[in-house]
Design a protein around this ligand. Structure first.
Ligand code: TYD
Length: 133
Protein backbone atom coordinates (compact mmCIF):
# COMPACT_ATOMS: atom_id res chain seq x y z
CA UNK A 1 0.00 0.00 0.00
CA UNK A 2 1.36 3.41 -0.95
CA UNK A 3 0.88 4.73 2.60
CA UNK A 4 3.49 5.40 5.27
CA UNK A 5 4.14 7.36 8.42
CA UNK A 6 6.63 10.22 8.17
CA UNK A 7 8.60 11.61 11.11
CA UNK A 8 8.93 15.38 11.05
CA UNK A 9 11.79 17.50 12.38
CA UNK A 10 11.03 18.58 15.92
CA UNK A 11 12.83 21.34 17.76
CA UNK A 12 11.75 21.02 21.36
CA UNK A 13 12.97 23.10 24.27
CA UNK A 14 11.59 24.62 27.44
CA UNK A 15 9.57 27.10 25.35
CA UNK A 16 7.66 24.35 23.56
CA UNK A 17 7.86 22.25 20.42
CA UNK A 18 8.46 23.52 16.92
CA UNK A 19 7.77 20.92 14.23
CA UNK A 20 8.94 21.30 10.63
CA UNK A 21 7.96 19.46 7.46
CA UNK A 22 9.76 20.54 4.29
CA UNK A 23 9.13 19.63 0.71
CA UNK A 24 11.80 17.21 -0.60
CA UNK A 25 12.78 16.27 2.97
CA UNK A 26 9.77 14.97 4.88
CA UNK A 27 7.09 15.81 2.30
CA UNK A 28 7.67 13.88 -0.97
CA UNK A 29 5.89 16.42 -3.22
CA UNK A 30 5.58 20.15 -3.76
CA UNK A 31 2.78 21.34 -1.48
CA UNK A 32 0.21 23.21 -3.57
CA UNK A 33 -2.64 23.29 -1.06
CA UNK A 34 -3.32 23.09 2.66
CA UNK A 35 -6.65 22.47 4.29
CA UNK A 36 -7.73 21.51 7.76
CA UNK A 37 -10.72 19.94 9.41
CA UNK A 38 -11.86 20.83 12.91
CA UNK A 39 -15.12 20.86 14.87
CA UNK A 40 -15.76 17.40 13.42
CA UNK A 41 -18.51 15.47 15.18
CA UNK A 42 -17.02 12.48 17.04
CA UNK A 43 -19.76 10.28 15.55
CA UNK A 44 -19.18 11.44 12.00
CA UNK A 45 -17.17 9.71 9.28
CA UNK A 46 -15.72 11.80 6.47
CA UNK A 47 -13.87 10.99 3.29
CA UNK A 48 -15.34 8.02 1.39
CA UNK A 49 -13.26 8.75 -1.67
CA UNK A 50 -10.00 8.06 -3.48
CA UNK A 51 -7.93 10.30 -5.71
CA UNK A 52 -6.72 9.61 -9.23
CA UNK A 53 -3.48 11.61 -8.96
CA UNK A 54 -3.46 13.52 -5.67
CA UNK A 55 -0.92 12.70 -2.96
CA UNK A 56 -1.50 13.95 0.56
CA UNK A 57 0.06 14.05 4.00
CA UNK A 58 -2.43 13.96 6.90
CA UNK A 59 -1.23 15.49 10.17
CA UNK A 60 -3.13 15.11 13.42
CA UNK A 61 -2.16 18.56 14.66
CA UNK A 62 -4.30 18.31 17.78
CA UNK A 63 -6.25 15.50 19.41
CA UNK A 64 -6.74 12.27 17.51
CA UNK A 65 -8.66 10.73 14.63
CA UNK A 66 -8.75 7.38 12.86
CA UNK A 67 -7.92 7.01 9.17
CA UNK A 68 -9.05 3.82 7.46
CA UNK A 69 -7.35 2.99 4.17
CA UNK A 70 -7.98 0.45 1.42
CA UNK A 71 -6.04 0.08 -1.83
CA UNK A 72 -8.02 -2.82 -3.24
CA UNK A 73 -5.75 -5.41 -1.61
CA UNK A 74 -4.93 -4.32 1.90
CA UNK A 75 -6.93 -2.54 4.58
CA UNK A 76 -5.17 -0.48 7.20
CA UNK A 77 -6.29 1.63 10.17
CA UNK A 78 -4.08 4.40 11.49
CA UNK A 79 -4.67 6.52 14.58
CA UNK A 80 -3.27 10.01 14.12
CA UNK A 81 -2.45 11.41 17.54
CA UNK A 82 1.12 12.68 17.20
CA UNK A 83 1.70 16.15 15.70
CA UNK A 84 5.33 15.19 15.05
CA UNK A 85 4.28 12.66 12.41
CA UNK A 86 2.39 12.74 9.14
CA UNK A 87 0.58 10.02 7.23
CA UNK A 88 1.54 9.98 3.54
CA UNK A 89 -1.28 8.69 1.31
CA UNK A 90 -0.58 8.05 -2.36
CA UNK A 91 -3.24 8.13 -5.07
CA UNK A 92 -5.77 5.35 -5.63
CA UNK A 93 -6.34 4.75 -1.91
CA UNK A 94 -9.90 4.76 -0.56
CA UNK A 95 -10.00 6.53 2.81
CA UNK A 96 -12.40 7.37 5.57
CA UNK A 97 -11.70 9.51 8.63
CA UNK A 98 -13.59 8.95 11.87
CA UNK A 99 -13.37 8.95 15.67
CA UNK A 100 -12.37 12.61 15.94
CA UNK A 101 -11.61 13.42 19.57
CA UNK A 102 -13.11 16.64 21.00
CA UNK A 103 -11.17 19.63 19.64
CA UNK A 104 -9.26 17.50 17.12
CA UNK A 105 -7.64 19.26 14.17
CA UNK A 106 -6.54 17.41 11.03
CA UNK A 107 -4.17 19.34 8.76
CA UNK A 108 -3.74 18.08 5.19
CA UNK A 109 -0.91 18.97 2.79
CA UNK A 110 -1.83 18.21 -0.81
CA UNK A 111 0.21 17.87 -3.99
CA UNK A 112 -2.38 19.50 -6.28
CA UNK A 113 -4.91 22.30 -6.29
CA UNK A 114 -8.50 21.27 -5.58
CA UNK A 115 -10.11 19.50 -8.49
CA UNK A 116 -13.35 17.58 -8.17
CA UNK A 117 -12.35 15.68 -11.35
CA UNK A 118 -9.56 14.02 -9.37
CA UNK A 119 -12.02 12.45 -6.90
CA UNK A 120 -13.63 9.03 -7.11
CA UNK A 121 -16.52 9.22 -4.65
CA UNK A 122 -18.39 6.08 -5.71
CA UNK A 123 -17.02 2.89 -4.13
CA UNK A 124 -17.97 0.63 -7.06
CA UNK A 125 -16.27 3.08 -9.41
CA UNK A 126 -13.17 2.94 -7.17
CA UNK A 127 -13.09 -0.87 -7.32
CA UNK A 128 -13.53 -0.77 -11.11
CA UNK A 129 -10.74 1.81 -11.43
CA UNK A 130 -8.29 -0.62 -9.76
CA UNK A 131 -8.71 -3.06 -12.65
CA UNK A 132 -7.73 -0.29 -15.08
CA UNK A 133 -4.43 0.42 -13.29
P1 TYD B 1 -15.34 16.73 1.18
O1 TYD B 1 -14.54 16.15 0.06
O2 TYD B 1 -16.78 16.32 1.28
O3 TYD B 1 -14.62 16.46 2.58
P2 TYD B 1 -14.17 15.06 3.21
O4 TYD B 1 -13.16 14.46 2.27
O5 TYD B 1 -13.57 15.41 4.54
O6 TYD B 1 -15.36 14.18 3.36
O7 TYD B 1 -15.24 18.31 1.06
C1 TYD B 1 -16.19 19.17 1.67
C2 TYD B 1 -16.48 20.31 0.72
O8 TYD B 1 -15.32 21.14 0.60
C3 TYD B 1 -16.87 19.86 -0.67
O9 TYD B 1 -17.92 20.69 -1.12
C4 TYD B 1 -15.62 20.12 -1.50
C5 TYD B 1 -15.00 21.30 -0.78
N1 TYD B 1 -13.54 21.38 -0.90
C6 TYD B 1 -12.98 22.44 -1.60
O10 TYD B 1 -13.69 23.30 -2.15
N2 TYD B 1 -11.62 22.54 -1.67
C7 TYD B 1 -10.80 21.62 -1.08
O11 TYD B 1 -9.55 21.76 -1.16
C8 TYD B 1 -11.40 20.52 -0.37
C9 TYD B 1 -10.54 19.49 0.30
C10 TYD B 1 -12.77 20.44 -0.30
Amino acid sequence: MDVRMIDFQSHDDERGCLVVAETTKEIPFDIKRLYYIYDADSKTTRGFHSHKRLQQVYIGIHGSMKVTLFDGVEKREVILDNPKQGLYIGHDVWRTISDFSPGAVLLVAASELYSEDDYIRNYDEFLASLDER
